[in-house]
Structures are given as C-alpha cells and as structure tokens.
Design a protein around this ligand. Structure first.
Ligand code: GLU
Length: 614
C-alpha cells in the first residue's frame, strides 16, 4: 500500500526521521532507496503495509530502540495512514520473542464487551438484528485495547515510552500524507456509512466526497489524541477527556441530520473504559516437521487453528504426492480445523478451551481419518471431540463442548467476513534478536464508521466477532456476554528450528488470516518456495462454511491445480485478493530478510537497518 512518489515520500520520511534526531535520519536514506517488498541485512528489520510505518520502525531501531519500541511506533503511524484498518480505537495481539530469555510472550489487547452488553441486545424480537445495522452502530464497539496494549508492551518489554515512540505518528498526523489509490478506494467504498456521521464525514469526506488520489490528508485531531496519550499515558485514553468523548459518542452517535436510517447507540460506560486491561498470555506452541510454531492463544483462534491444521498435514509427505494431492489435503485439513475452531475457541475466561486436546498429535491422527484422500467433503464438516485428548483429566467439558456439533456446523456464515478489507500486520526484529509479530485491527474496514468528534479516530466494531446464533436461547461458546472478549482469527506467528528463530509472520483478512498464514508456511516449508514467492503465490482459503466452498483469488481459480481440485469435488468462490502479509526470515548467515506483500493492497514496505552487501 501507499507506494509513494519518491519526492513525496522523502519529505514524509524526513518528517518521521526529524523526531528521532540523527539516529532516525538513517530511516530517510534507507527508506528512499528501499520502497520494496523485500530487504535483506542486519541490525534489525521491519515490514508493514505502509512505507511510513516501516520507516518509523526503522528510525526507532537505528536510534537504539528495540523491536517492541519499533512495532509500537509503526502501529501508531498506521493509525494515521491506514486508519480504516487499525488505530487507537481498536485492539490487537502482539507476540514477542525475548532473545535474552529465549522465550515467547504475548500481549493480548483485544477489545472487551461493556458490562451492559447482554446478548439480547443483538436481537429484535426473536431474530438477530441484521448485521449491516450492527456493523455501523454504537452497539458493536468494544472497549479499545490499543493504548493500554502499547503501554504495557513498552513497559514490560520495550526500552522507550509512549512519549517517544508516538512522535513519528504525531508528525505524520500533523504534516499529512499523500492519498494513494488504495486509501481513496477504501474511502469510496464507505461513503454511505461515513456520511451517516458528521464527525466521520468532516474528517474523511471533506466537501462530501472522498479526497482524490494525490491530495494531502492530515489529521490534527488525531495528533492531539496521540499527544495526550504520549504525555499522560494510557490514563488519558481510559480515564480522561478521551474516555468521556468515547462514551458520549457511543451513547449519542453524531448522526447527520439527513441520515437515511437510525443508528443504534452503545452501552459503554466510563467504568468499562477505566476497568480495561490487557492480558499477558502464554502463547500456544505446536510443532511441524521439526519446526516449533508459536501462535496467539484464545481469545484468538489463530494459533490453535494453525497448529491443528499443521498437525493434520504432518501425516502426509508432500514429496510423495502431486501438488494437487497435497493441496487437496491442505484444504480438507483446514476445513476440519475450522469446524473445531468455530465450535470450541472463545474467551478462555468464559469457556474451557481444549487447548491441549486441539494441539494433541493423537487427536490430529484421529481427526485425519475424516479426510478422504480422493474427494472433498460436500458441505460443512462437524466438529470433533478434542476434549477426549486433553492431557489434564480434570478439565471438564464446557457448555460449549456439549453443544450439538451438527447445530454448530449449521450456523450461517458471518456476512461480515470479507477477506482483505481490514486489519494490518507488523513484523519487527532488532539487533539483539528480539522479534515482534503484531496484528491489530478495528475489525471491519472503517470500524463502526464513527469518528470520535474532536479526537480524529474511528471506533472499532469488534463485537461483531461474537457469534450471534439464530435464536437468543441457543448456547454458543462465542456468544456475546458482559466483559467478554470476542473470538479473533488474528494469527501473529513465530517459527523456530532447534531453538533459533526461522521466521515471523502474519496477515490481515478476517478468518482468512488463518489460511494466509498457513498457506504461506506450507508454501515455504513443504513446497520449498522462497519466502517472497510463498507470499506472492495465489491464495485459496477453506473455512468450513456451510456451502462447502473454498474462497480463492482469481489467479488461483485459473490455475491447473484449481481445475484438478474441482475434479475431486472442490468448489471455489472468487473473492478477489486475500490478505496482506508481512514477515521476517532469519537466515543461516545471520542476516534477516524482511518481506511485505508485493502486490495486494498496493504492496507493502520491507526495510532493514543495514542492507547486506553495502
Ligand atoms: N476482527 C477480526 C479478527 O479479530 C480481524 C479483522 C478482520 O481482518 O476481519 O479476527
């Protein structure tokens, strides 16, 4: 995204670099020469969807900051330049490798349902409120996690404070940036939603229309918000004037006088904001063909779904079969893993998630028997019983686990789950060997559509990640409840071999995040593609939707493999581009290769502090 004209870029990067005195000026030269989806070198690396965010991270690394400082700096900038995907009104999952301690930790800063959020609020009479109405409303906003997540990540694992790492974002917000085709398209797709709110229209639709490509977009109100957080810490967000503004905005959305429809208000209170806190969670750990794979645990389903799919695939030898036969097994394994993920993964503070069972090799061996080597399953498959494979015999079956698997499989797919519209992934590493794999979001493209008046940021609609079954009395592990975190698919991932990091990766894209991470890993590890080729390869995503179809990119659909898979009963739906990956490869010679999406979403930006061979 945002591949800028060199002149404009240099100006912007100067703005970024100036905030970090001399050390950050290296970001200018590195960046100007380096508008590239791949960079190899030493001293630290960064990859994101946006050149300014990547440059901010590199500036921090050059001035002595670590990978956590760099990741937060990049996320702050993305809140300005990629405001429809992420920002301080949302939340995220940060996976961190601490090189000194040789351990992986995670800072979960997922949004939380307000205490007044009862599932009945999502129904009118006995029927769920139509999703488009929930999507653009105060009701769908969870308590944002970003500000506290950044603060805790920096305090525990960083070397800088918010006052320092938010400076690049403040500069970009003040000075503005040139709108590119992707930003323009995103705005244009949301005109009807954004026009509903006076604050959103005045920020993103000046003159009533999306700003043209090449126009300069600044957001001084967001700069003010960041300055408040930089000065006072996350308290300013959760207890100060910003908290009051959020509560007012959700209680009385700033609906335009001529709005063609009503907008439901939310129930978030000042206490909900004041009580917000992050969770430091154990990552989930699985193994695959000699690699150790760390992922995000519940409330994200990412790490568990990736781990289970890989365990299923481990039973097959890619070299012993055709690529089509391997792809067939990949799709069927993903279908089975999604059945389990949908049935059993939710906020672990509300349900027993059978983590050990889902990741047990014995469970995978049993579950693998459901894969027909010759034929794709027709329609959705049922969840298995990972509870029978829990190592801890005291774990009881939760209410969710006792649900009828048939009922779960029959739930309609979420109309909101559109790939490649939302979310962003940042990957950073530093010269000490620390690594960050960080996915953050405001959920749908443009979140709930409501800019907090005077503060320049969109609120999330993350509560649409809850499952709202057809009837308010149908139990579901991931149903809305007060204080609960909705299940996510975000899959920041770190892969090691013999204790040493091999790669770090992640992607946006709703629940296709899981399959993008999987497919990239499989392309790289099993099919032997270099990392960038693995990323660029056409994508296909099987998520056990009731229609049984796999979603695929047009280039995949026109491939020979797709034709051969159709003969095995696979049915595909064209969904356009899927995902916008970023990652870092740790090479045997001690260099690192940062990789960003080469084409999707306009292409991303990968940089290193010191290029190899210079
Ligand atoms: N809300 C989604 C999740 O947590 C991420 C947003 C998206 O990419 O759809 O999984």
């Amino acid at each position: 995204m945002r591949r800028l004209l060199l002149t404009a870029c240099t100006g912007l990067l100067l703005a970024v670099a100036c905030t970090h005195d001399k050390a950050a000026s290296s970001a200018v030269s590195a960046s100007a020469a380096d508008l590239s989806p791949e960079a190899t070198g030493r001293g630290g690396a960064a990859a994101s969807v946006d050149v300014r965010a990547t440059a901010a991270a590199i500036g921090i690394l050059e001035s002595g900051g670590n990978a956590v400082d760099a990741a937060v700096a990049a996320a702050g900038v993305l809140g300005v330049t990629d405001p429809y995907s992420c920002g301080i009104g949302g939340g995220g999952f940060m996976l961190i490798y601490l090189a000194d301690e040789q351990r992986v930790v995670s800072v979960e800063h997922r949004e939380v349902a307000p205490q007044g959020l009862h599932r009945e609020l999502f129904y009118e009479g006995a029927a769920p409120i139509p999703m488009p109405e929930v999507l653009t409303s105060g009701l769908s906003a969870g308590v944002p996690g970003m500000a506290r997540g950044w603060e805790v990540a920096l305090e525990r694992y960083g070397t800088r404070g918010l006052a320092d790492v938010l400076q690049p974002a403040i500069r970009v917000a003040e000075q503005g940036f040139e709108i590119d085709a992707f930003f323009h398209e995103q705005t244009a797709r949301n005109v009807d939603r954004f026009k509903l709110f006076t604050s959103t229209a005045s920020l993103f639709l000046p003159g009533g229309e999306p700003m043209p490509v090449g126009a300069r977009f600044a957001n001084p109100e967001l700069a003010k918000t960041y300055r408040l957080v930089a000065r006072e810490g996350s308290r300013a967000f959760y207890q100060g004037e910003i908290a009051r503004a959020i509560v007012d905005t959700l209680a009385r959305p700033p609906v335009a006088p001529d709005a063609p429809r009503k907008v439901r208000s939310g129930v978030m209170t000042l206490s909900d904001l004041a009580d917000y806190d992050v969770r430091i969670r154990e990552p989930v750990k699985s193994t695959y063909r000699g690699y150790t794979v760390y992922g995000m645990g519940a409330p994200s389903s990412g790490g568990l779904a990736v781990g289970l799919t890989l365990n299923l695939l481990e039973g097959y030898e890619p070299a012993a079969m055709s690529r089509v036969d391997f792809l067939h097994r990949y799709l069927e394994a993903s279908r089975l893993a999604f059945a389990d993920r949908t049935a059993f993964v939710a906020d672990p503070e509300y349900v027993d998630v059978p983590v050990a069972g889902l990741l047990s090799k014995e469970y995978a061996a049993e579950r693998r028997k459901a894969i027909d080597p010759a034929r794709a399953a027709a329609g959705a498959v049922l969840a298995g019983n990972p509870f029978a494979y829990q190592q801890d015999p005291s774990t009881t079956r939760s209410a969710a686990a006792s649900l009828s698997a048939a009922g779960l499989a029959a739930l309609p797919p979420s109309v909101l789950d559109v790939p490649n519209r939302e979310t962003t992934h940042i990957t950073t590493s530093d010269k000490a060997g620390n690594i960050v794999s960080y996915t953050c979001t405001i959920e749908f493209e443009g979140g709930n559509g409501i800019v907090v008046p005077g503060y320049g940021f969109l609120l999330n609609n993350e509560l649409t990640d809850f499952d709202v079954p057809p009837s308010p009395v149908t139990p579901h592990a991931n149903s809305p409840e007060p204080g609960k975190r909705p299940r996510s698919s975000m899959s920041p991932t770190l892969v090691f071999k013999e204790g040493a990091p091999v790669f770090a990766l992640g992607s946006p894209g709703g629940s296709t995040i899981i399959t993008t991470v999987l497919q990239t890993l499989v392309n790289h590890v099993d099919l032997g593609m270099p990392l960038l080729e693995s990323v660029a390869a056409p994508r296909v995503s099987q998520r056990n939707t009731p229609d049984g179809k796999s979603q695929a990119e047009p280039e995949f659909l026109s491939s020979r493999e797709a034709a051969a898979l159709m003969e095995k009963g696979h049915v595909f739906a064209d969904v356009g581009p899927i995902g916008a990956f970023t990652g870092i490869r740790f090479n045997p010679d001690g260099t690192v290769t940062a990789v960003a999406e080469p084409k999707r979403r306009g292409g991303g930006s990968a940089m290193v502090v010191e290029r190899a061979g210079r």
